[in-house]
Design a protein around this ligand. Structure first.
Ligand SMILES: [Zn+2]
Length: 458
């Protein structure tokens, strides 16, 4: 490094910014009503931080109050840009179930508490700080960048990205077009059986929401019908809910599980390896993976899934209805077609339902064989020599869906180090009660992110 940075001061600045962002209750319920989401004050706070460093952020809105901030530190243009992305909206928080105010941004026991501490105002704060530091480096002639570094702090991720990353890609593509994007979810420390891993997202599942309808003969409630639409629907939901769709271990997931296995002792090592054999994976999950959260999480990485969520039938207590429906939140692995998924679903439900696709979005998968991925992994290893970075797939959905449409290679890289001796980890914090981020672990992350970006783009 040619620059000397006062990391203690930069870290404090980042923590202060995060606390301010948490104090903005940008709760996105997806209603699209006035006041829902309202990322504007958070966007203003981010923009102020960027302006203080001499940058000229743009505030862009598709709907009033649903503000996105985009800013850029210029490089010499010899290589295409790198984009940092963080969403400013959060999911709801029920204060009664929290130990500290979810919108207080308070510090207790070495953690910043609040909704968004991990999902993902921490990344917004880190990215804004990295941008300010890079702007200063360039201004003072300490650094020359070969790529523009762009930062987008976006609205509306928690309700499907329409007013945020999707809007930017559709209507302001030139502002956010990049070769690479770094965003959620990845580079948090994951402690398993005494070892430390840093999963880096390279792939995410697709979405395929489906309505399944069962029909039967309507009739009077005084004469029960074992073949009624409601009974058939209930049987189908039970079959689907208790079963599992066929296993399709993708290359990324196989690599991830083998990578974990390699570092773990017996018998965990053998269990994880066998999970990648499709014929026995389901048996292994049911009988040898004891932790129910791990079982669900590995299961979701290895197969398409469908969760029954909304059930509708009947309107009068003494009338057997002629139809009953269930909406299924379907998630598909990279490489799986919609029709193949529907076939699996039909088989799993049984009883020959009508299936209607309500919404579908493709899975996203990037290669980890890029100079950037190698650089990210090396940067993490340098800052935690005991840690093992690994490419992985998330079962959920992120802004990567939008940017991938522009041809961007997207990685989940929002570094945070958790203390392995505390019972606080990424999975528990994500959309959970008492969401919080370790102060020291976030300062560590800021340094990793800065070095990852400045090292790659300098
Ligand atoms: Zn998120």
């Amino acid at each position: 490094m040619t620059t000397t940075i006062d990391w203690s001061r930069e870290g404090d600045t980042c923590i202060a910014l995060l606390r301010d962002l948490i104090r903005v209750p940008s709760v996105n319920r997806g209603t699209r009503d006035e006041g829902d989401g309202n990322e504007r004050p958070a966007a203003e706070r981010v923009a102020q931080h960027l302006r203080d460093a001499g940058l000229e952020p743009k505030l862009l809105e598709k709907q009033k109050g649903r503000t996105n901030v985009v800013t850029r530190v210029k490089g010499d243009g010899s290589k295409p840009p790198l984009l940092l992305n963080a969403h400013l909206d959060v999911v709801e928080a029920d204060a009664k179930s929290w130990k500290h105010d979810p919108f207080g941004g308070e510090i207790h026991d070495g953690y910043v508490w609040g909704r968004g501490a991990i999902d993902m105002k921490h990344m917004a704060a880190m990215s804004a700080c990295v941008m300010a530091m890079l702007a200063n480096d360039v201004k003072q002639g300490k650094k020359k960048l070969s790529r523009d570094v762009v930062f987008a702090a976006v609205a509306d991720e928690e309700a499907g990205c329409e007013l945020g990353s999707s809007f930017l890609c559709d209507e302001h593509a030139d502002e956010v077009r990049a070769e690479y994007m770094l965003g959620e979810i990845g580079a948090f420390s994951l402690h398993l059986f005494g070892r430390t891993f840093y999963p880096i997202q390279v792939a995410e599942k697709g979405v395929c929401w489906v309505r399944a309808t069962y029909e039967g003969t309507p009739g009077h409630g005084s004469m029960p019908d074992p073949e009624s639409a409601v009974v058939r629907l209930a049987t189908a939901i039970k079959r689907l809910g208790r079963g599992r769709l066929p296993m399709h271990p993708t290359e990324v997931v196989t690599g991830f599980l083998h990578g974990l296995a390699q570092e773990l002792p017996s018998p965990q090592r053998h269990v994880l390896r066998r999970l990648t054999t499709p014929q026995i994976a389901s048996l292994i999950l049911d009988h040898l993976v004891r932790d129910p959260i791990q079982r669900r999480s590995f299961g979701a990485m290895l197969s398409n899934t469908a969760s029954p969520t909304v059930v509708r039938a009947g309107s009068k207590v003494n009338v057997i209805p002629g139809r009953a429906t269930v909406d299924l939140d379907g998630r598909t692995l990279p490489g799986q077609s919609e029709s193949a998924f529907l076939e699996e679903l039909r088989e799993a439900l049984g009883g020959d339902p009508q299936l209607e696709v309500l919404r579908s979005l493709p899975a996203v998968e990037a290669t980890s064989k890029t100079p950037l991925f190698d650089h990210l992994a090396a940067t993490v290893r340098r800052h935690d020599p005991t840690g093992h970075p690994l490419p992985y797939l998330i079962p959920g959905f992120t802004d990567a869906k939008a940017y991938a449409r522009l041809g961007t290679t997207c990685y989940g890289f929002a570094p945070v180090k958790f203390d392995p001796t505390h019972d606080v980890n990424f999975t528990k914090m994500y959309h959970g009660h008492d969401e919080r981020v370790p102060v020291d672990g976030l300062k560590w992350g800021l340094r990793v992110l800065y070095e990852a970006v400045s090292g790659f783009c300098a």
